[in-house]
Design a protein around this ligand. Structure first.
Ligand SMILES: Nc1ncnc2c1ncn2[C@@H]1O[C@H](COP(=O)(O)OP(=O)(O)OP(=O)(O)O)[C@@H](O)[C@H]1O
Ligand SMILES: [Mg+2]
Length: 120
């Protein structure tokens, strides 16, 4: 199994957005998450990507736990999110949009290296 989400519970403060969410994704599968506005679809994706931490449950990628793994490390392990239409540059090609995202990610990595090297 590629991705395993087991019994996830996610809160925003005291508000519980996800209750016991479980799903499995196997290699080559396309899985769709459906739900009403506010049902928790975005929260589930944010939890899988490590942007919010679940209070309970576990997430595994190829058997390896993703608990307490930083979002940028989760990206390096292979989980990425593609934004929906309004976050793209409509006047640019798909190729150019993808390249721009890659450049921004590279800039963030470079600036972190600069910070780690003492602000050079
Ligand atoms: N940052 C936040 N702080 C507090 N509550 C939030 C926050 N983000 C989302 N929520 C709440 O969590 C619940 C799930 O929201 P979420 O955005 O995950 O739903 P969604 O299924 O993606 O909705 P939509 O279809 O509108 O995109 C909603 O009740 C929402 O109001
Ligand atoms: Mg949403």
């Amino acid at each position: 199994m590629l991705l395993s989400v087991d019994g996830i519970e996610t809160f925003y403060g005291t508000f519980q957005a996800l209750r016991r969410i479980s799903l499995e994704v196997n290699g080559g599968e396309v899985v769709t998450i459906l739900g009403a506005n506010g049902a928790g679809k975005t929260t589930l994706l944010r939890t899988i990507s490590g942007l919010v931490s679940p209070a309970a449950g576990s997430i595994r990628l190829s058997g390896e736990p993703l608990d307490n793994v930083a979002p940028d490390v989760i990206v390096k392990r292979g989980i990425s999110q593609c934004p929906e239409g309004r976050m793209l540059f409509p006047e640019m090609s798909v190729q150019k949009n993808l390249e721009t995202g890659r450049l921004r990610a590279q800039e963030r990595t470079d600036s972190r290296r600069r910070d780690e090297a003492g602000g050079l």
